[in-house]
Design a protein around this ligand. Structure first.
Ligand code: MN
Length: 227
């Protein structure tokens, strides 16, 4: 292809234990998917329809360094399970949703909470709070062929060695197959799509120099330094 400018790089995530990479198409993120986090953000945890926002594929960070972003004094950590799709489609039946999953990873949905709050108050989109540079640190992916489809297991985040967020994958209000099936009714899902599946309670601010250590049982760790 004869492009008229330099071709943008393909966003990707490494696959654990290999020299191969998973090419990333879109990043969908679900909001308020753990009841305790919905409550801490001042919302009713009852099961309402899931809602989604997006980050940009090139917001992914693989080198373990999160540059503190401009225009905010209140940047929060949100530890999340990443679901990586190898196949897409629309109107995917619930019973076929997991067949679309390539694998899983550990991610951080870094959030400019002050800007997100202003956007919420004004009824405006969330991009300035959610989809900024380096806002999606992520681990290498682990193929479902190796670990299956984890529906339970601890998910936690330490900041400077102190436990801040804790939960269990079994506390997700919308389970992985439900998220895939629901999303596929709104968008045509594609190979390479990622889903950040929501965060347990305990979100809070970070500052330069903080060391974040996220973990999900059966998937692995994610270490990030705020710089
Ligand atoms: Mn989130």
């Amino acid at each position: 292809m004869d492009f008229v400018i330099v071709q943008p790089r393909q966003a990707s995530l490494k696959v654990k234990g290999t020299s191969s990479s998973f090419p990333v198409h879109r990043i969908y993120c679900v909001g308020r998917n753990y009841a305790a986090h919905a409550i801490e953000m001042g919302h009713d945890p009852n099961r309402e329809a899931p809602f989604f926002f997006q980050k940009n594929p090139d917001n992914l960070v693989e080198d373990g360094r999160f540059p503190y972003p401009p225009a905010s004094n209140d940047v929060h950590h949100e530890i999340e399970l990443i679901v990586a799709l190898k196949d897409g489609g629309k109107d995917i039946p619930l019973g076929q949703a997991l067949d679309r999953v390539y694998g899983y990873g550990v991610g951080l949905d870094m959030t400019r909470r002050d800007l997100q709050g202003k956007a919420k108050d004004a009824g405006r989109p969330w991009e300035i709070g959610k989809a900024f540079e380096s806002s999606a640190p992520a681990s290498a992916l682990v193929p479902a062929d190796e670990i299956g489809h984890p529906a339970q297991g601890a998910i936690w985040l330490d900041v400077n060695g102190e436990r801040k967020q804790t939960g269990d994958l079994n506390q997700m209000i919308w389970k992985v197959p439900e998220m895939i099936s629901y999303l596929s009714g709104l968008f045509v899902l594609q190979p390479g799509d990622l889903i950040f599946s929501g965060t347990p309670s305990g979100v809070g601010p970070v500052k330069r120099g903080d060391r974040l250590l996220g973990h999900i049982d059966g998937i692995g760790d994610l270490e990030v330094l705020v710089v």
